[in-house]
Design a protein around this ligand. Structure first.
Ligand SMILES: Nc1ncnc2c1ncn2[C@@H]1O[C@H](COP(=O)(O)OP(=O)(O)O)[C@@H](O)[C@H]1O
Ligand SMILES: [Mg+2]
Length: 260
């Protein structure tokens, strides 16, 4: 059982695209997967047809203590893939709990009863390093960082690594970046090639061998309401995310230890 936070405070780097498509591929390979939407924009939830404003309860209610994750679970179009949706009210977490003790560990406590039921729990983080992301980083041992290879934005990675270090020191000593995913790769540009080369020098074996190529099909699939493997099964996007899923499974590490 692994809990994985998909984090990068930059928006538009493929966190949600990777959470949905990697999650779907893992489920199609026979794993039990739960995707937790932690972004008040609710992109993951609306992608998978959980129209966010009409939901009776969502992740905000879980943070407030008015629901358990189990109460808000939704099925998806893929067997073995479940979703804990979010809607815009989730942004309230940042102010509601601003000064409360234990505010950083709310999600970790809410996840405890769920962990035996899944092989993978994936946390789709918002594009910020606020309280929601801190909760995600406190609840997991593993972080996957999607990196957009179309621009040279490695400075942002330093900010993220500093936050991770802070969480490790204060809240969660076992936290680690276990996977860097090069996304939106365009092999025709020297820039994409250079970004991949630089992250491989800097992060070495933490960078997945699988590179997610830029693909129109991938850009289209949120509107289709399907993950790439159902929307365009023969596409390069489907191939790349399936390869990534195999790599994630093959790199399986020992059971995730949640220190209380
Ligand atoms: N490999 C790719 N090829 C083409 N477009 C992509 C690819 N990955 C992501 N996108 C698009 O880039 C945009 C940002 O991706 P998204 O997953 O929403 O980022 P984030 O969750 O980090 O904000 C979306 O419009 C998405 O469809
Ligand atoms: Mg997103």
């Amino acid at each position: 059982m692994r809990i994985i936070a998909l984090a990068n405070q930059k928006g538009g780097v493929a966190k949600t695209t990777t959470t949905v498509n990697l999650g779907a591929c893992l489920a199609q390979l026979g794993k039990k997967v739960l995707l937790i939407d932690l972004d008040p924009q609710g992109n993951l939830s609306s992608w998978l047809g959980k129209h966010t404003e009409s939901l009776p309860k969502s992740m905000y209610d879980v943070f407030l203590g008015e629901a358990e994750i189990n109460d808000i679970l939704e099925n998806s179009c893929i067997e073995g893939l479940e979703i804990a949706p979010a809607r815009t009210d989730l942004i309230g977490v940042e102010s509601t709990f601003a000064n409360e003790t234990g505010r950083d560990t709310i999600l970790k406590r809410k996840l405890l009863p769920m962990i035996e039921r899944y092989d993978y729990i994936m946390l789709d983080c918002p594009p910020s390093l606020g309280l929601i992301t801190i909760n995600a980083l406190t609840a997991t041992r593993e972080i996957f960082v999607p990196v957009e290879t179309k621009i040279l934005a490695l400075n942002g990675l330093v900010t993220l690594l500093n936050t991770i270090q802070m969480v490790r020191d204060r809240l969660n000593p076992i936290l680690e970046v276990t996977g860097i995913i090069a996304c939106m790769f365009d092999s025709r540009t020297t820039l994409s090639n250079e970004v991949v080369q630089r992250i491989r020098v800097r992060f070495q074996d933490k960078v997945f061998n699988t590179i997610i190529r830029e693909s129109t099909r991938l850009a289209e699939c949120p509107i289709s309401g399907l993950p790439i493997t159902l929307y365009a099964p023969g596409s390069i996007g489907a191939e790349d995310y399936m390869n990534l899923a195999r790599e994630v499974i093959n790199g399986e590490k020992p059971a995730n230890v949640l220190v209380s």
